[in-house]
Design a protein around this ligand. Structure first.
Ligand code: SF4
Length: 72
């Protein structure tokens, strides 16, 4: 499972971080760092809770692969 990060949608609410700070890393202004996030086995529910907490839908859960796609 991985989380696809849509940085353009992030408004810096930090709700993802407040749910799962080990998974969702923010910059100094409270915006999610760029780059998709691979989720380790066992952390899926924890990561899903953080992703679903985003009111901007900036965090897309993808369960189809264990590896995040390479960013262009
Ligand atoms: S909850 Fe969403 S909008 Fe807020 S910091 Fe996280 S990704 Fe960005």
């Amino acid at each position: 499972m991985h989380i696809i990060v849509h940085n353009a949608k992030c408004h810096g609410h930090a709700r993802c971080w407040s749910q799962a700070p080990e998974i969702f890393k923010l910059d100094d202004d409270g915006y999610i760092l760029p780059g998709n996030i691979n989720v380790a086995a066992g952390n899926e529910s924890y990561a899903s809770r953080g992703a679903r907490s985003c009111p901007e839908r900036a965090l897309e859960i993808n369960r189809s692969s264990d590896t995040a796609p390479v960013m262009a």
